[in-house]
Design a binder for this molecule. Structure first.
Ligand code: M6R
Length: 608
């Protein structure tokens, strides 16, 4: 939920740390801070607000150091404030940055308070600095002091620490929170996300749970959970500089919306053949496993769960498989039905969402047939801990509101559907039809993007409202839910989604001239019933906005109609997401909200 960056170099490190923090602001942006060795002291700066304010402080105070740690925060314990910002320190000697949650923080705080440690923040992180300070009285080095932390801390943590008395290195520890080490020439780095280090290196070591690392400009030593020196596999990850920049767009979200034709193409690349999906695209042996699947359990959060809800329809209609859907935050607590014929499917852009990871770890101990992840980040915990994996290959998604991650997840889930159907020989002709349609999908998405001028006309009418309803039926209900989520998350307009037939069971009471109703209405077997539902809205004076592809057949006599490109019905959920994303973006732009970093949210939710 927060972003950590650390560097041990032989050059001035301040700007480098600030640049890295900017790239991780998507992880949290309510306060930021930095600590670095400067001569025989540690310079320590913290600011409330975004990284820009910290940068301004740095320009005024000009601390110059070669080894430092920095942090951008998303508050969990303690409100956003300078005192609660990281790095936290103890006795002006130990400085730490932390991402995660320390679950036993209250008892540790009590213990340290009795020993005379004073707390200046309301966080669960400050006690880490005090624990280290205490450890340093008995251990010989910062490395040992950090290793000594592991038995005391319960919960998830990625920590970077400095000891004033060890000016030549820093120490890292990771447990269930992401942390990678970047390797440079006479300089080494660490960050919560390789993206933050993209301009510095393409060589990475991925730390495993329980690892502690001592990082100096010319050396990196990693010790495993048993404190044994280990060689972690070195990975080359090339992140193109433009992938992490806004280019000519005003916001990352806008750029990511318009990247979708290419992103979907990348998801399909190398995975489909002439008339069918290729074998083993989820990893060696996956086709064999898919043939044994009798049921699917999907677990995910937010937008990713909406993708799963669409896929549940596909699994049933195309592969003949029933699906159980669960919010990852609920799944473990409901005594889920588990058997050896069920495939667990997790979906996550980041692959670090704490609830989704916890669900996977819970399931990995049970008797599922296997686990399969649909994920966008190859180095993520979810990608590494699942039996099988399909990367969405969307490229970095930085805007907090998921856009290209969603459409590429849907594309990947269609590939999973086709693979499940193929594994048991179901619907060969239908599979061929869908493969053909998938090839045209990027082009269709471009056509949907070209509808922006029409969406610009309706955006002002929605921007001055306080509420909105999204309607869809069948496979479009999850798309309505996704449309509502997008609108509320970035424009702060209260929005809800309903299967249109549910309107008359309660929500119809909300309809009046102040309630925009946005309907997803492509031609399908429920279209006529949907029209009746829309008539119910019209009759009560609701303002209708309809996205469809058969205006005449819908026979709407009022409201605004936006004509969508035609495409294979089974892929329409992917296509109809596009105008809803543009609509949310344009409404938020008119309302002047912080689109890429909406209030109270963070991109990667690494706390449960
Ligand atoms: O990284 P994940 O896909 O696991 O994230 C799950 C949700 O936090 C995420 O989809 C969230 O709902 C988005 N901000 C929605 O736009």
């Amino acid at each position: 939920m927060c972003g950590i960056i650390a560097a041990a170099t032989d050059r001035s490190v301040g700007k480098l740390l600030i640049k890295g923090l900017y790239k991780m602001e998507y992880r949290g942006y309510d306060s930021a801070g930095i600590a670095m060795h400067v001569d025989d002291q540690v310079a320590h700066l913290r600011t409330l607000g975004k990284v820009k304010l910290l940068e301004e402080r740095m320009k005024l105070e000009k601390p110059k150091g070669k080894i430092g740690i920095a942090h951008t925060r998303w508050a969990t314990h303690g409100e956003p404030s300078e005192l609660n910002a990281h790095p936290h320190q103890s006795n002006d000697r130990v400085f730490i940055v932390h991402n995660g949650i320390i679950e036993n923080y209250l008892s540790l705080k009590e213990e340290l308070t009795k020993e005379g440690y004073a707390f200046s923040s309301k966080t669960d992180s400050e006690l880490i600095a005090h624990l280290l300070d205490r450890n340093l009285k008995t251990y010989n080095s910062l490395l040992e002091a950090v290793q000594g932390l592991k038995d005391r801390l319960d919960g998830a943590y990625a920590i970077a620490a400095l000891d004033q008395n060890e000016p030549d290195n820093l120490v890292l520890v990771r447990n269930r929170s992401p942390l990678v080490i970047g390797l440079g020439k006479n300089e080494n780095f660490a960050a919560s996300d390789p993206l933050a280090l993209a301009e510095l290196t393409n060589k990475f070591l991925i730390m495993e749970d329980g690892d502690v690392a001592k990082v100096a400009p010319d050396s990196v030593e990693v010790f495993d959970a048993k404190n044994q020196l280990v060689n972690r596999e070195q990975l080359t990850i090339d992140i193109k500089a433009e992938a992490a920049s806004k280019g000519d767009f005003k916001h990352y979200m806008e750029k990511e919306i318009f990247e979708q034709p290419q992103a979907v193409l990348n998801t399909l690349d190398g995975r489909i053949g002439g008339e069918d999906v290729l074998e083993n695209i989820f990893g060696e042996g996956s086709s064999e496993l898919l043939a044994k699947v009798k049921r699917v359990q999907v677990v995910a959060c937010g937008t990713s769960l909406h993708a799963g809800r669409v896929a549940a329809n596909w699994f049933s209609a195309i592969a003949g498989l029933p699906t159980q859907m669960d919010y990852a935050s609920e799944y473990r607590y409901k005594n889920p039905y588990i058997d050896e014929d069920t495939l667990l499917v997790t979906i996550s852009q980041s692959g670090e969402t704490a609830d989704t990871l916890a669900a996977l770890r819970y399931a990995n101990d049970k008797d599922y047939l296997g686990s399969l992840a649909i994920c966008n980040v190859p180095t993520s915990s979810l990608a590494r801990e699942s039996d099988f994996l399909l990367l969405t290959n969307a490229g970095p998604e930085i805007g907090v509101a998921s856009t290209k991650a969603f459409t590429t997840q849907l594309t990947a889930l269609m590939l999973l559907t086709l693979s499940l159907a193929k594994a048991t020989g179901k619907n060969p002709r239908l599979r061929g039809r869908i493969i053909k349609a998938l090839r045209f999908l990027p082009e269709k998405i471009s056509e949907a993007l070209a509808l922006k001028p029409e969406i610009l006309e309706i955006a002002p009418e929605i921007a001055n409202k306080n509420n909105a309803l999204f309607l869809g039926r069948g496979i479009f209900y999850p798309i309505a839910k996704e449309g509502a989520l997008k609108l509320k998350e970035i424009s702060y307009i209260h929005a809800e989604a309903y299967p249109a037939g549910e309107l008359k069971h309660g929500p119809l009471a909300l309809i009046d001239g102040e309630m925009p109703v946005i309907a997803i209405a492509p031609e399908h077997e429920l279209a006529e019933k949907l029209v009746s539902n829309l008539e119910e809205v019209k009759a009560r004076g609701g303002a209708l906005y309809v996205f469809g592809n058969a205006e005449e057949r819908l026979g709407l006599t009022s409201g605004k109609y936006i004509n969508m490109p035609d495409c294979d019905f089974l892929l329409t959920p992917i296509l109809y997401s596009i105008p809803l994303q543009i609509l949310s973006y344009e409404v938020a732009l008119l309302r002047g909200t912080d689109i890429d970093q909406p209030r109270n949210l963070a991109k990667s939710v690494t706390v449960e």
